[in-house]
Structures are given as structure tokens and as C-alpha cells.
Design a protein. Sequence first.
Length: 980
Amino acid sequence: MASDQSSLRPRITFSDNVSTPLDMSSFKLSAHIALPLARVINTLEFTNHNDKTLSGDLTFPLPVGATLVGYSLDVDGVLIDAVPINKEKAKQVFEEEVRSGKGASVVQQVANSNSFKTSIYPLHPNQTRTVQVIYSIPITSIKDKSSIELPFLSTQKTQKSAEVEWTFANPDNNLVVEFIATDKKITSNEPAQVNGNRKAVSFNNSSELSKVESILITSTETLADNQVTVQGDYFCARMRVDRPASTPVDCKKLQVLYDASYSRCDQLTTDSTLLKKILDKYPSATVVLTTFSLGLTSSQEYNSPSEALQALDKTIFDGATNLDQLEQLLDSSCDLCVIFTDGQHTLGMDITPNTTYSTPLYIINTSPSCNSQLLSHIANKSGGKFDDASRKLSHETIIQAIGQPTFSILTSDYETEQLEQVFPIEPLPVDDNGYMHVYGKLKKNVNDADITCMFKFGNQVANHITIKIQRTGDDKTVIQDKDNVIAQLWARQKLSSMSSFPEYFADEIRDLSMEWKIVSPNTSLIVLETIDQYIKHKIRPDDNLKQMVKSYEEALIAERDDFDRRKAHKIERVKVMWQARREWYEKHFEKITLDSAAPKQSYGESQSTGICAEVCYEGRQMEMEMEDCCEGEGSYFSDDDEDEDDEADDILDCLEETCHSIASACATISSDLQIRNNGSVDATISVKAWNSTAPYMSTIKSAPDPYQSYLEQRREFSKSPAFFLDVADYFLTALKQVDKGINILTNLLELELESEQLLRIVSYRLDQSKHHEEAEYLLEKVKKMRPDEPQSYRDLALIKEKLNKLPEAADLMNQVVYKDWDDRFDEIEVTALIELNHMLVKDSRLPVCDPYFVYKMDLDLRISMAWDTNDTDVDLHVTEDVIGGQSASYSNRNTIIGGHVSRDFRHGYGPEEYMLKVAPQGLYKVMVNYYANHQQSLSGGTTVLLTFFTNYMRHDEKAELVTVRLTQTANMLPVCDIKV
């Protein structure tokens, strides 16, 4: 709990970063070559150079086509294998263990990208931790050579050494490893060590080491052009297909769709160089340059390529990315369309498998991280092609493909009694070298089968190839590699067929990922350190930890017996809390005069000025006494063993059963309580606009062109959430330039993909700006990412209420009331019930599981506060500058005049609220105090959303919203005055 002495505590100023990056002190890469797959093990050692125990993060890219299949963390000097777990639960468990000071580590895929993020705790001061990251990747095998290029995670300036070793299933004395920098190859300062089928090389020179970007491994061991490899039931059919001859498109008018969102602000030079070469291919073509980010930025026709390039060089990168608008941006008069984008769809309606495109799209990515799955799908669906130029793909290869009909596999024909689960299942381009791979399973007791693959060129069927699948064969066609190479490739291809749309195929992706221990958009890998942690979170330890597995299974049996008791306890606790709030509301507060007024209590130096007149008012008697309704029997409580979707379904079933009886009760209640509207208060809400004192704001405000000044200042503050929030607020509030303000605000979504904190920051400010649909989209993401936090449901419910989606809003708020939550969120159910009754005033037919909770609390004043960060303590203070008034806060929750402050949420998010049924005349001063940050990281900036209501739940209700950014603890900030 916060203390009244908080003003005496030293202020702590936090960095404005969202997460704490890790320093890597050493790196080892081991690659095992077993055609057609390489298994790569990255062993990373981290050192904490700070004087605080931290939780740290590392984000790293994987090569296109790679699949993360393993992860380990050192525990007491031993590497412990991770286990697969639902992605949202992994994050919940990790953060809970960090709060309790217990060790844990998790690795997850960053949404809409080919990057992965590992989080580790604890990192003790000046000590090291070790993790292993394992992925598999197909090997490119053409003519007389096989090769793979692997990223080299060695760019950290603190790194001291690195080692690379590679082994191969078949001896190959001609196998070569090269270290690639931007403009040259780098040689190790140590000679290669050879031992049988193993080779190794080391780096100890940090200056050379920091230059290495990737490792190129080449071998003379290859696969045949047409070869079937079988492993158990699984097969891989590799075939080389000759591309038909084609006639180049006569392009007289070319459209360039250019993604000018903030995530691509470093790509202009690279893009311009490549685009010039593309336009050189069509020197006489008219060029339509269309730039977009959150919306259409500009679209202009140029008579020459040089004019278009000059215009491109003036592009301003600003705002989030909305790829849903691609079809609307297409110019039907153009012969070709080339798109530059990284595919990071951060705001807008989701693209679905049913989305269609009217013209072939030739999509190019030049960014280090991109959503290659989605971009490939869009290109394939349109009949165009996706090329990732960041893979060092030659410009000539990219340019040659533009305008050419797509050569792709159309379908696979086989007997379903012999084969099953054959992939790909939709059109997929033949690779640049003319190879196509088909994966599938032989059914049990089937020893051989035929499969015919049909290919298309543009919109015409081109040719077909028939291949025989056999369980027996020579050493190259039947393998027994211990790593299950072919089975892994099959699982990877099946996952790839669904990964463009992880929301649509969530269950299938989860099941496949769990079975094969693959990190996917919906699945993470986690390591815990003790059996108690595994039992607490109902996560089965890895099979190699046999004693832990035995203890876990025994504990799980005992846990199930306790479920019914916990269910009954939950509902009784909520009823007790709700009854206490009702008793507060029904309490009669006597008339307060100057003579009877108690001394005011106020925070710090904030003193009431008093009111020089007697304030005569009587506490209003309730015109009716709410009768207790009979208790419903459909209450629902979550069981940790059950899936989140199943929990939601059970709640909805429960609501349907009791909705009819409650609707009639609500109608009676709503009718009887209309009398209270006669007692509405006349009040004025004066929100104190957020006024940042940061130096960059002074510069921007005084500039003749504030937007140009913002762009100049952005170079220095490009990674600062506070910067974008401050500037966006200025454009939205002071300058009333809404479009620019929203673009600036949504840059936050591009800073770090899949950060619920940034999603909340943006959604809160969008809510304040009445952009409710955009806020709803972001809060849907937050709910999916954090289903373990009731605030995720509450925030989304409040937005849906504003969009008049009352049934959806009520369903979400019911879940806040009835689900089991962590103890740190205790009493949020009461706030949710008040807000649920607020919805019932609008529609008395809305479902509520238990009629006992239907009770209208109309108020003169209500103030609600929520914030965006976990494990932080922000306090709400209200100084009642009226006769008899006090300072209402966590330390004085019930004031003499009837003010009430809800429970103090000390570990994140809120909500905290102040309520006053009958407000005496005077001034109510609202302040917030950033009391403490309990996060095990170096980031600490917090965004607070406050909503101020007068005449709450009445026909003349008014509400005002404000967001403020806090970066210092022990800082009392005035945010609003309400004059009654």
C-alpha cells in the first residue's frame, strides 16, 4: 500500500524504453547438416552489467523458412529443455514468476514477422545466464552445390568471442564456411579445427566479430533434381520443373504502391536504388506513385521514371500500417503493380483468406524483419510474386520476375486410401531455381503410392509430374536420422499453410505446435526452475525430467479434488464485496454545516480554501429499497485446466439460461429508479490538458511549421513512447490536426510489435479522441494477448459499450465478474458490476448471470482511472474542496460527505475509482500519483487514462477523458477540477 509519506520518498525517473535489452557476451553456432535439412543450435551467453537484478529480452531474426524447434535455459549449470505452451499463458506465467522472484525463461514468435523474442529472469548483477535456441531450415540444393545462409547474432558491442562448428551426416572434405559482412568476407583469426565429420572455427577479435552479419555454408553433397525421401510414414518429394517460356509484359503504365509507415523509415535509400533499376526496365512507362501508411498519403502520376524517383525521395514515413486498403489503392488503368512493404499490418481490419485482388501484385521487402507468410499469401493469391530483398537476393533476380506470369503448383492428385495430409494445399510458386517440394504421409500398411502434381503458368495449366512414393529404397531415399528430418519438414509445411492467418487457424496451429514443439504465432516455449512452478501453473515438465513429471502428475490428481470448493468460494466472495458496496450507497449522510464540519485532510500542500457560506443539503433518501432477487444457479468459475475459449463458452451458456428472468427484473428496476433523475447535479468538468515540459515540445510549439519540427526532433527520440504521445496530444488537442495527430500516435504501434503496453497506450488515446473502432481493434489484440488479466476484458467492454455493441460488452463484463483472477486483481469485480449496471440502464435485456448483482447506483460524481503498465502502483487522490470535505485516497477511502475510493491496485492497471452519490457545492480537485514501479526491468513510463463522470447512470450523464504520461515516482500531478 502507498504511504502518506510518499512526498518524502526520492523520485525515481525511468527510461522510456518498453523493454530491457540483453547484452550478449559470447555466442556459439552449431550446424548439423543432414540433407535436405540443417539443424542449427545457437548457444548464447548473457551478462547483466547493471547493479539491479533484471528481466531481459533479446529479439533475433531467423532465416526465411526456418522453424524454431527447441529452447533451453541453464538452471544451476544444467541446460533444461523448454516445453510448449499457449503463447498468452506463457507470457502470463513468466510475468507472475518474475513478480514472485522465481526463475523462468520464455521464447515466442513476434507477431507478423520472422523474428523471435526470448525473455529471461533472473539476470543477477555482473553474472551470466546461458540459453540455447534450436531451429531447423531447409537446405538449398542445386546442380553441384548445397548451401544455407544463417544469421550471425554477434552485433552486440559487448560481445567478446564466438565459435562456429558444423557437422554433416556424410563426409564432405569440400564443405566450406564463410563469414559475410556488408561488403566483404571475414576470416577468423584462428585456424579451423577438424575432427572426423566435425569442423570448428573461433573468433576472439571483437572488432572483426562485430562486422559479421551472416554465415554461408556450402557443400558438394547434393540431392537429385527429382528425389523422394521417406522417413517412417513421412515423405518429401523434390522435383525440378522447367519453367515455360513467356513474353514480357508491354508495360506502358506502372503503379508503385509504397508503404510509408514508420517501421520502414530506414529503407528509403535501399528502396530507391532498387526501384530505379525496376523503372529502367520500363523507361517509357508512365509511373503512378501511391504512398500509404494508416491511410492513403498521396497518389500522383509522373511522366518519367526520374520524376517519380525524385518524388519518392521526399517521402515522409509516419503512422501505422494498414494493409487492408491495398485493393482500394490499386489503379485499374496500370499494366503492372509493384509494392514495397514489410507486411507489418498494425492497424485496420484483418486480412482474411477470402480477401481477393484484381491484379497481380509484385511485392518486395527490404526490411530486416517482415511478415513473409502474409506477403507470400497476398502475392500468390493475386497471381504475382513476393521477393525478400533483405535475404541478399540479387536485384536482377527480383527485376526479372516482375511482370512475368507466376509458375506455381496448382494441385496434387492422389488416392486418399494411400496418402493423407499432403502439402501444399493451395497454389505455391516454384522457387527461383525451378524446384518444388511436396510433403505428406503414407497411411499405415501402405508401402508405395503415386502422386501427380499439376502446375500452372499464369492462369493456364502448364504440365504435370507423377512421382512414386516407396517405403524402401537406397540410402539417399530412406533415412533414419534421429532428428526426424522429414517429419519436421512436413510439420513445418503444414504450419506454413496456416500461418498467414493465425487467428483463423488458432486451434489447428496450437495443436500442431504442441505436438512438434514448434514455436508458432500461437505457441511459445517455456522453462521453469522448480516442480512447484510447474504444478502451480499446470504445465507438464519436459519428459526428460522424469522425477518432475511423476511429482507433477501426482499433484494434478489432488488439485482436481479442490475445484468445486474454489468455485463456491468465488461467488460468495463477490457477493460479500457487492453487498458492502450497496451498503455504502444506501448509507444516509447527514447535513454538513460550517460548525459541524470536520477538519479537512489533504495531500501535501494542497489545502482547501473553504466556502464562506452554509451549504445546506440533506442526504437523499432512496425512493425505493432494492429487493434482493433470488440467486441464480448458472454461475461460472474458471478452472486452470480448461481452455480460455471453453471458459467463455460456458459463461455464455450460463448467461443464456438466466437472461430471461433477469431482463424482467431489470425492467422493473429501471422503471422505478427513473425518479432519481430529478436529483441531477449541475457540474462543470475542467480537464487539465496534458502539458509536457520536455524540451522537444518547446521547440515544436515555437516552430513556424510544427509538423516539420516534429520530423526533425523525431530523429533523436525515434524510440521514445513519451515523445510520440506528447506530440500526438499537441496535434490532436491544441492544433486540432486530427489526421496528423493520429498518424503520430500510431507510430507507437511500429516501435515494438506485440507489446500490450503500446497497444493500451494507443487505444487509450484513441478512446479519448473518439476513434472508438480503431481502439476496439487494438483492445481485441490485448485481450487475446492477456486473457489472464481482467483489465483486458474490461477495457474492451467499455469501448464496445461506446460503439453500442451492448451484448458483446455485457458478455465481457460478466467474465470480469465470474472468472478466477490472480489475487492482485481482487475487487475488480465490484467495479465491473457497477459498469455492467451502467449498460443495463441502456438495455435492461442484457444478460447477467445472477439477478442479485442487478442494482443501479446513480451518482453525482464518478472518476475512473486505469493505466497501461503491469506491476506499477498509481494512486488516485480527490481533494473535496467543500465544507466537510477531505482528501480521498487509498489511505482515506470513505470521506465524511460520502466520497468512496475503491481498492488500491498496487500491481498494475487499476481500475481505481472515486464515487460520490450526492455532491455538495464546491470544487473537487483530482490528482494522480505515480507511487511505485515493481517491474524487474529498466522501463517505467506509465500512461494513465482518467474518465470523469457527472450524473452517472442518469439521462443527463456527461463524461470527459484525459490521458497523461508519468515517468517519475512520488509525483503528484493535477489532472482535473470538477465544480459543482
